[in-house]
Design a protein around this ligand. Structure first.
Ligand code: BES
Ligand code: MN
Ligand code: MN
Length: 456
């Protein structure tokens, strides 16, 4: 066993304890009530880097602070930019958590807490691997730059701006991100594609107040009825999105990629059982993996209007609204999607209703070339830690900043997810397997060595 791997073994318990410290900070980026917690989480992350002797800065942005750190320079070695996020999704519905979301709890080899897998646990693997190098070898074999943001779950506005203004400071040979999943139990993966996203809020307004639905019903448009109809008009019964131009730029799947995806060991029944659903649906003509990873979608994320309390209340509500999002794939452009959506909503809106659409955020999908020495280095590092060669996957989720790294810094990203699809990211009872936490650290430590051997 190498010195580094021995060090990792000897420090395993402390690493878990430190992860628990970070998980106890409720850094919910969407909720203004948690501003102080966000700041505390940023400071906690910054202190980690200071402890390693990295030059470290907590940078204020238009939104939540950004933590930037750099390892002491190593001449004639590549530079890797590690990205992660310390913010988390809101924990609700709270009553569905077996243990409280911000009191980390170990059960059956898993650590349960909001942010365990997304992304505090995964992000920390790269910090601890750097620590192992510094503590055993006195230095890293390459140059590491870290950018850990607090706004990933709300669109990364501050980071977008920071990258645009600091391209030189962030210059690197490749980016490394662990903020996703392995392909399955015992099957690690390198991810070469992410979907993009376009998120909106739609508000409909009808009468100037809630009305008695007996006195007025049947004479004016009910905003909640209108909302249901308009939303239903955005997708057909074959799972196709009905927005003008929506599919114009969708990169079709090649036969080769279809074959590769089909050759992955995927059990549809298991997939459905795990989420408690009886039948798969979706866009006609595509397999489940193709639908999840390579095809665009429309989803309602929240829906409201009228009376939501106990019992019945017979009203025509004055307003109704929805939060909606589209997952996008290369080469769809979020701005074009917005224009198409507005056109379609105008067509669908019935008389007597005013509608207002606000764009929350958007980012395009990404595809990353697999024929690079970086990918091969990552495959070797993963094999060292997980005992198995990774398979190549795409993912259905979005990490908006990956596209920006490519556009502005002109570099590709290694997406090395240490989590699992059933980690309950964004759901109650989020977890991260402790074995994956430690394998992630081990893979990361080996990755620095493998990447250091690549010369350009
Ligand atoms: N870590 C996820 C992205 C992800 C999910 C990658 C699943 C791979 C597999 C990230 O934290 C996330 O949730 N992103 C949001 C982006 C949005 C809020 C702009 C998403 O995908 O909904
Ligand atoms: Mn994440
Ligand atoms: Mn997330």
């Amino acid at each position: 066993m190498s010195r580094i791997d021995r060090y990792l073994q000897s420090q395993a318990e402390r690493f878990e304890e430190e992860l628990c410290q970070l998980l106890r900070i409720p850094s919910v980026s969407a909720d203004p009530e948690h501003r102080d917690d966000i700041r505390r989480a940023a400071d906690w992350v910054a202190d980690q880097f200071r402890g390693l002797g990295f030059s470290t800065e907590v940078i204020r942005t238009s939104g939540h602070p950004l933590v930037c750190a750099e390892s002491p320079p190593v001449a004639d070695a590549p530079t890797v930019l590690v990205y992660g996020h310390y913010d988390v999704q809101p924990p609700d519905p709270l009553d569905q958590w077996i243990s409280p979301p911000f009191e980390p709890s170990r059960r059956e080899g898993n650590l349960y807490a909001r942010g365990a897998t997304d992304d505090k646990g995964q992000m920390l693997t790269h910090v601890k691997s750097a620590e192992a190098w510094i503590e055993t070898e006195g230095r890293l074999p390459l140059n590491l730059k870290f950018v850990v943001e607090g706004e990933e779950e709300v669109g990364s506005d501050g980071l977008e701006q920071f990258i645009a203004e600091n391209a030189r400071r962030l210059a690197c040979d490749c980016v490394v991100i662990s903020d996703g999943a392995q392909f399955g139990p015992g099957q690690p993966a390198i991810t070469y594609g992410l979907r993009g996203i376009a998120c909106y809020e739609l508000r409909l307004t009808g009468p100037n107040r809630d009305l008695h639905s007996g006195s007025f019903g049947g004479t004016v448009t009910n905003p909640a009825n209108a909302l249901a109809g308009m939303l239903a008009g955005l997708v057909d019964d074959q799972g196709k999105v009905r927005i003008p131009g929506f599919y114009d730029d969708v990169l079709p799947l090649s036969d080769r990629e279809r074959e590769e995806l089909a050759s992955l060991d995927f059990d549809e029944q298991e997939y459905l059982e795990q989420i408690g659903v009886e039948a798969a649906t979706g866009e006609a003509g595509y397999t489940i993996l193709e639908r999840r990873w390579t095809r665009p979608t429309f989803d309602l994320n929240g829906l409201g209007g009228g009376y939501q309390g106990q019992g019945a209340k017979t009203i025509i509500p004055a307003t109704a609204g929805a939060k909606l999002s589209f997952r996008l794939v290369p080469d769809q452009d979020p701005q074009k999607i917005t224009a198409g959506l507005r056109k379609r909503l105008a067509e669908l809106c019935p008389p007597g209703i005013r509608w207002e659409l606000s764009g929350l955020h958007g980012s395009p999908g990404v595809l990353i070339p697999l024929d690079s020495p970086y990918v091969e280095a990552a495959a070797r590092a993963i094999e060292h830690a997980f005992g198995r060669r990774p398979v190549f996957t795409r993912e259905g989720g979005s990490i908006p900043i990956v596209g920006t790294f490519h556009e502005v810094l002109k570099v590709d990203t290694l997406l090395l997810g240490w989590g699992h699809d059933d980690d309950n990211a964004h759901s109650p009872n989020e977890k991260f397997a402790l074995a994956d936490f430690h394998r992630g650290i081990k893979a990361s430590a080996r990755l620095w060595e493998e990447l250091s051997k690549i010369s350009d």
